[in-house]
Design a protein around this ligand. Structure first.
Ligand SMILES: Nc1ncnc2c1ncn2[C@@H]1O[C@H](COP(=O)(O)OP(=O)(O)OP(=O)(O)O)[C@@H](O)[C@H]1O
Ligand SMILES: [Mg+2]
Length: 361
């Protein structure tokens, strides 16, 4: 899916804007505080119904304004028909529109406009809590397997029931929930494991461009001791789970790690390398989407130059060329993009919340 048109109103410092981006590379250039990240936030809001900067969605509403709206049209790469999508935020409430009607959940939007973001704080994908890595996996699997959302919803429902019983000390009623958790828990784990396996060749290929001796391994962690069955583990955990008041084993505790030459990267690589690994993971995810789902998505890259040295910057810009994925890339100066700008790229200038110029290089 490609974003062919975006209208944003009342979002951060942006004046009402209309953007008609290219299917390939779109550079957004402007000084500090001009509104580059805000524009990416507008696009992200359109695809995810949330922000990548804050969990307080109200913060996105322009000061003194009652609400914000982002409205867009997305098109599959191989068709001319466009799908209208939109998100309205007012007083902490979101309203999501897909195809001209109000959507029941954000899943419809995620399906309509698959979107990833790479940003300086994104290093948390490797350094931060396992929850972020589970989201990464779940987003990927969601776009590969249409049944996954259902597994995930059923698992979460069973987990909530089991946790409620644990909190009220009703150990005798746990058995059916253990079975339900086992059934869907294994499906979730298998789907995540399979996804990471399919991701690995792309990750190796991209990582291999940044690292000279790339003996990487992507390792999945199920969230329980997989040498035993999940049902057995849930049964054995009951006494401890009753004490904690929640379920300690299952894919809701799942994770993955990256090993470089058999060492966990988290403990050994530099900050710049960590950033490159996050680039490699997310670009691999977008590549996999192109190859296997056939619906290339959109990737937002905020502050492309930050913390990368010249050779790695060049490699990164090369990696973005000739892809089916649509990219939005922000930079403070034109010089960073000059060598990465190809004929079919668009350059947008942003100043004080206005897109003042749209031109080819
Ligand atoms: N709710 C809001 N209403 C109005 N302005 C806001 C709001 N939230 C943030 N701003 C302002 O919007 C401006 C643009 O911020 P933004 O983060 O988009 O800049 P940027 O171009 O990405 O800058 P940098 O290069 O420093 O990353 C800032 O001056 C910020 O203070
Ligand atoms: Mg910014």
């Amino acid at each position: 899916m490609t974003l062919v048109k975006l209208d944003a109103n009342g979002l951060r410092n942006l004046h009402p804007i209309t953007l008609e981006p290219r299917p390939g590379l779109n550079y957004l250039v402007g000084e500090n505080a001009s509104g580059k990240t805000s524009l990416l936030e507008a696009i992200y809001l359109l695809g995810r119904a949330r922000s990548f900067r804050t969990s307080q969605i109200n913060q996105l509403i322009q000061f003194e304004q009652p609400e914000l709206t982002v409205v867009g049209k997305v098109a599959p790469q191989d068709q001319n028909a466009t799908l209208p999508i939109g998100v309205r935020v007012a007083r902490g409430k979101r309203e999501i529109h897909v195809g001209g009607r109000i959507a029941q959940s954000s899943a419809e939007l995620l399906q309509a406009f698959p979107l990833l973001v790479i940003q300086p704080a994104g290093i948390a994908l490797l350094e931060g809590a396992p929850k972020l890595r589970r989201h990464f996996l779940d987003f990927g699997v969601f776009h590969h397997d249409s049944r996954y959302l259902d597994y995930w919803r059923r698992y979460t429902k069973a987990l909530n029931h089991r946790n409620a019983l644990l909190r009220s000390g009703k150990a005798r009623e746990l058995a059916p929930w253990n079975q339900e958790l086992t059934r869907y828990g294994i499906m979730i784990h298998e789907a995540r494991r399979g996804y990471l396996e399919r991701l690995a060749p792309f990750f190796h290929e991209i990582g291999g461009r940044f690292f000279s001796d790339p003996r990487f391994e992507l390792r999945i962690h199920a969230g329980w001791d997989v040498t035993r069955s999940l049902e057995f583990v849930l049964e054995s955990d009951i006494a401890a789970d009753l004490r904690y008041g929640h379920t300690q084993s299952g894919p809701h505790k799942g994770d993955f790690s990256i090993l470089l030459n058999q060492r966990p990267v988290k403990a050994y690589v530099s900050r710049g390398q960590m950033k490159l690994l996050v680039y490699a993971l997310l670009l691999a995810q977008s590549r996999l989407m192109e190859e296997q789902v056939g619906t290339a998505g959109c990737v937002l890259i905020d502050d492309v130059a930050s913390e990368l040295d010249e050779p790695n910057k060049r490699i990164l810009l090369e990696l973005l060329q000739g892809r089916l994925t649509q990219f939005f890339i922000t930079a403070t100066g034109r010089e960073i993009i000059e060598e990465g700008v190809s004929d079919d790229a668009a350059v947008f200038q942003i100043a004080e919340g206005r897109i003042t110029q749209a031109q080819n290089p």
